[in-house]
Design a protein around this ligand. Structure first.
Ligand code: CA
Ligand code: CA
Ligand code: CA
Length: 516
């Protein structure tokens, strides 16, 4: 644990548990490398400096985001750190941050290894002459998962191919990729997917937010997928891709071949140098249950709206189903002979293209909760962090998706881990309107108390002295009233919903809201 962390009080060191104080002079890499395959490693909050990659061994699990008092990973506190109104799966209040002063890959995986709750930030790989990644799940590391983690403010500059987060047959789930950049300085190699690079039939990007990333390349056409580049059977599911930018094709997402799929994604406010401001479908591929809105391309002297492009180097037929696409489909390639399949799509080619309804006449707004007002990757990332691409009441994207397409892939939740199929039909994009997260618990303000959900019910920690805890339903009905002198109490509440907790001591009273 780092120096700003209290002792790990709830775990007793014994034959199977080891507690290590990071402040004892160990290099973090030396420490981590000493762990055995199959070990589970909990890393407390704080900033950890590495000087070479953390190389997870087979079946190792590394969890971050602990204060040091928790008894399980599910007890890690989360809060709305970016202020967008949602407590997202990667927003750990007690962040475990990993950074490096040297040019290095940061994390690699062994077979069936898991990284969960880590924040990689400010890592710069410069002038690397080999294929460089900040984080890589190589194809040999089958069954590996990067989960509930953040990769932000990282950059890779190289004379050959560069990536930020690569998953070759691995899974990237519930992660934030933000304000990363790729730059190929010779044009000899590619710089594809500044947020996420997915390749291989088992690779998945699920429930991620990918925003404000940017690719550059001396050969501009080799800068593909400002946010995401995907190929060879990869699937992008329940993701929001917004305000990314590149010089080539696919400002938001670049789909390279016919076996690759975009499912229930929201792609908005991205900018490309060439065609495909939002999504570029290069010869085949599948785009289902998705929204592309307010993306731009800049291939001419002035930026023009361009949300989806199909047809590139292959004549394979592209499939669009149950999509909501502004400016319809933009196809310019002479090699394409097959028109795409277009089942149940709403293609909007004229009218008013505001994000939210103006007067209801000729406007086709998807009605986002808090969309960004700028397009492309911003100079100041804080200007887009509070955006929220959830749908508002009355959105035409509500109940517009195909349940069958989700059922085929056994997708039952949205980005926030809330249940799909609210109102019996699923919605387009990454979020289900009216759905409640199944795991996140939200406090309405910063408090010494922490409230979280575990298998027994709702747990309140941080109590001192004698406390009376009253739990009310949202309708004001008192559900439970318990007094305790313990520092922690478990309330047997298992039904999902919104609850108000009133915690009283002899001299204080505080009210918290819990949603799970
Ligand atoms: Ca948030
Ligand atoms: Ca109007
Ligand atoms: Ca619905």
């Amino acid at each position: 644990m780092s120096t700003n962390t209290t002792d790990w009080t709830n775990i007793t060191a014994d034959a199977t548990h080891v507690i290590v104080d990071y402040s004892d002079g160990n290099s973090f890499n030396t420490l981590i490398n000493a762990y055995l395959a199959t070990d589970t490693i909990w890393v407390a909050k704080g900033t950890y400096t590495i000087d070479l990659a953390i190389a997870l061994k087979a079946d190792q699990k590394m969890y971050g985001g602990f204060d040091g008092t928790e008894i399980s990973p599910s007890a890690r506190a989360k809060s709305d750190l970016d202020g967008n109104g949602d407590v997202e799966p990667w927003e750990f209040t007690n962040a475990t941050e990993i950074t490096s002063p040297v040019s290095t890959n940061a994390l690699t995986f062994g077979i069936n290894s898991i990284a969960d709750g880590l924040t990689f930030k400010n890592i710069t790989i410069t002038n690397n002459a080999t294929n460089a990644n900040i984080i890589a799940i190589f194809s040999s590391a089958t069954g590996s998962v990067l989960r509930n983690s953040i990769v932000k403010d990282c950059s890779v500059t190289s004379t050959v191919a560069v990536n930020t987060v690569t998953a070759s047959n691995g899974i990237v789930q519930n992660c934030l990729m933000q304000n990363n950049s790729l730059n190929n300085t010779t044009g000899a190699g590619t710089s594809n997917g500044a947020g996420l690079y997915l390749t291989g039939a088992l690779s998945r990007g699920i429930g991620c937010v990918i925003r404000g990333n940017k690719t550059l390349n001396l050969t501009t056409s080799k800068s593909k997928g400002g946010g995401v580049f995907m190929q060879s059977g990869a699937k992008l599911i329940n993701c929001v891709v917004y305000n990314n930018e590149n010089q080539g094709q696919g400002g938001g997402v670049y789909v390279n071949d016919a076996t690759t799929e975009v499912i229930n994604c929201t792609v908005a406010k991205n900018k490309s140098g060439l065609t495909g401001g939002g999504i570029y479908m290069n010869g085949g591929g599948i785009c289902n249950n998705s929204i592309a809105w307010s993306n731009m391309e800049n291939s001419s002297s002035t930026a023009i709206p361009n949300d989806v492009y199909y047809g590139g180097t292959s004549a394979a037929k592209t499939t669009f189903q149950n999509d909501y696409l502004a400016y319809g489909l933009n196809e310019k390639s002479l090699t394409v002979t097959a028109l795409p399949d277009l089942a149940n799509c709403k293609l909007i080619t004229s009218g008013e293209f505001a994000d939210n309804t103006l007067d209801g006449i000729t406007d086709f707004a998807p009605k986002f909760k808090n969309p960004t007002t700028t397009i492309g990757a911003p100079a100041d990332i804080s200007s887009i962090q509070q955006a929220n691409y959830k749908l508002l009441t009355g959105s035409p994207c509500i109940d517009f998706a195909s349940n069958a397409l989700l059922n085929t892939l056994t997708i039952t939740t949205d980005l926030m881990t809330g249940t799909r199929f609210v109102n019996t039909k699923s919605d387009l994009g990454a979020y289900e309107f009216g759905s409640v997260p199944t795991t996140a618990v939200k406090n309405i303000k910063n408090s010494n108390y922490k409230v979280f959900k575990n298998g027994q019910g709702l747990v309140v920690t941080g109590l001192s002295g004698e406390n009376t805890i009253s739990v009310f339903g949202l309708n004001g009905v008192l559900l439970q009233n318990i007094s305790t002198i313990e520092s922690e109490i478990s309330l047997p509440i298992t039904q999902k919903g919104v609850y108000v907790l009133k915690i009283k001591t002899v001299s204080t009273s505080e009210t918290l809201k819990a949603i799970f």
